[in-house]
Design a protein around this ligand. Structure first.
Ligand code: NAD
Length: 451
């Protein structure tokens, strides 16, 4: 559903009025459109000395030049910047942060609308020295705070390098490109972890999923339909899965994306085998699996009944575990697919009236972390995306006042679009995210409460 308030206060009289009354002034976000520039202006790359010196910063600056971007080592006075990339992979102590961070600070006001600030640093867990761990963990608080200070649809996010990854690893470059682009419009104050140097940047950045076969569950409507459309736009062949009762809508989506429809209740015991058989028989491959189908049956826990509890667990998590088991056990799949599961910020921060749903979505996160090594051993990967407030039929049913509060309580002061979740999934499903596995990316505009 449309957010008329955001449209009203985005321009002219509405913008002035909201300013005078001190009301939230969300802006229309810079979202990906084919053919648009990657970022709305030059990119300033800062290394540890406040210039693009240092191995990591120099390697990343050279890569960004090869993408055709206008790269700066020093900001020019009054020049609008599309992005600031802070390469902090060599910090050893908290004091090391001062020069690069305060150099970046001088350019924050020059960031264009929809601009990006992206840090590249190493995980605190991979540090052995306490001072080094402190410096690295400090970047987490820094980036999340900065994200809350930015305006006009600008965002701040970070890339964390594990001991097996470098600034120029494919996963780092893939994550950097995702964060810079309009594909990450509703991702704010978040980190992606690159754990290995595997992965591959696509030959054509506009068709990163060319030649892939992607199965999307719950594809008849809402976020699932948006995922099917986005993966198709990026070049994938789609198998759209939903319950028989949603057959008409499912057929419409499958026709629109020139894919095939599979009417299937994912809770049946042989759902995994049927998905594999359909993908192989109709399309010869299964490269991507998106576990999107999900339901809510909200009640306070004190009023919870067996039916509500059981159905939510069955659809949202038990079915995913069973389908993944079938994939891992299959002798027909030469390599395991890249799997992306849809979790929820309710599964991270909790949500009143959603104990069953939050248990299932927290379960998705646990499953993803534990399944990552199993899938990697078979050439695949698994990650989760945790949406916050997304404008769908599900959230349109929330009473007006609760809905209005829920959609404003994030750094971007608005709900996300189904396509925002789909963009994050398309990235995690691509070979460019090859070095990323077992990770959870929130697409929530940086929820201010809880998560
Ligand atoms: P939706 O209700 O609009 O769509 C869900 C789809 O899943 C429907 O088409 C439904 O028929 C299908 N489905 C349900 N049970 C199924 C089953 N047993 N087998 C096959 N298909 C089944 O929901 P949505 O808002 O598009 O949500 C999609 C996913 O995103 C869900 O996992 C949801 O929990 C998650 N999510 C949504 C939001 C939000 O704000 N809308 C926030 C966080 C997470």
């Amino acid at each position: 559903m449309s957010d008329k308030y955001t449209q009203f206060v985005s321009r002219g009289f509405g913008r002035d009025l909201a300013g005078k009354l001190g009301l939230p002034r969300p802006v229309e976000l810079r979202r990906y459109k084919a053919g648009d520039p990657l970022i709305p202006g030059p990119v300033l790359v800062l290394g540890q000395n406040g210039e693009s010196k240092g191995q990591g910063a120099e390697a990343l600056a050279a890569e960004l030049v090869s993408w055709g971007l206008d790269v700066r080592r020093n900001a020019l006075p009054k020049e609008k910047l599309g992005a600031i990339v802070l390469v902090l992979d060599e910090v050893r102590t908290p004091e090391d942060l001062e020069v690069p961070v305060l150099t970046a600070a001088r350019s924050v006001r020059d960031l264009a609308a929809g601009g990006r600030i992206i840090s590249v640093s190493r995980t605190a867990e991979s540090a052995t020295d306490p001072a080094e761990a402190a410096a690295r963990q400090g970047i987490d608080g820094l980036v999340r705070s900065l994200a809350k200070e930015l305006r006009d649809g600008a965002t701040a996010n970070g890339i964390l390098l594990g001991s097996g990854a470098a600034p120029q690893s494919p996963g780092t470059l893939g994550a950097l490109r995702f964060f810079l682009s309009g594909r990450s419009a509703f991702v704010d104050g978040q980190f992606l972890s690159v754990t290995s140097a595997s992965g591959r940047l696509p030959g054509d950045p506009e068709k990163p999923l060319a030649g892939k076969v992607a199965v999307v569950t719950g594809a008849a409507r809402g976020i699932g339909a948006a995922i099917a459309r986005t993966l198709h736009r990026d070049g994938a062949t789609i198998v759209a899965v939903d319950v028989p009762a949603a057959g008409d809508h499912l057929a419409e989506v499958a026709n629109e994306v020139k894919g095939t429809a599979l009417q299937l209740d994912i809770t049946v015991p042989d759902a995994g085998e049927r998905i594999i058989r359909h993908a192989l028989e109709r399309h010869g491959s299964l490269d991507i699996l998106v576990h999107n189908a999900g339901i809510t049956r909200d009640k306070l826990l004190a009023n919870m009944d067996e039916g509500r509890w059981r159905s939510v667990i069955a659809v949202n998590i038990a079915s995913q575990l069973r389908i993944n088991d079938a994939i891992l056990a299959s002798s027909e799949l030469p390599v395991a697919p890249r799997i992306v599961s849809v979790a929820s910020t309710s599964g991270i921060a909790g949500n009143r009236g959603q104990s069953n749903y939050a248990a299932s979505k927290g379960g998705v996160i646990g499953m993803v972390r534990a399944s990552a090594p199993l899938l990697e051993a078979r050439g695949g990967a698994i990650n989760a995306v945790a949406p916050g407030f997304i404008e769908t039929e599900m959230t349109a049913r929330i009473p007006f006042v609760t809905r209005e509060v829920a959609r404003r309580l994030n750094s971007l002061q608005q709900g996300g679009a189904p396509g925002d979740v789909a963009e994050a999934i398309a990235f995690l499903a691509s070979d460019a995210a090859g070095g990323i596995s077992g990770d959870v990316l929130r697409v929530c505009g940086q929820n201010l409460v809880g998560a």
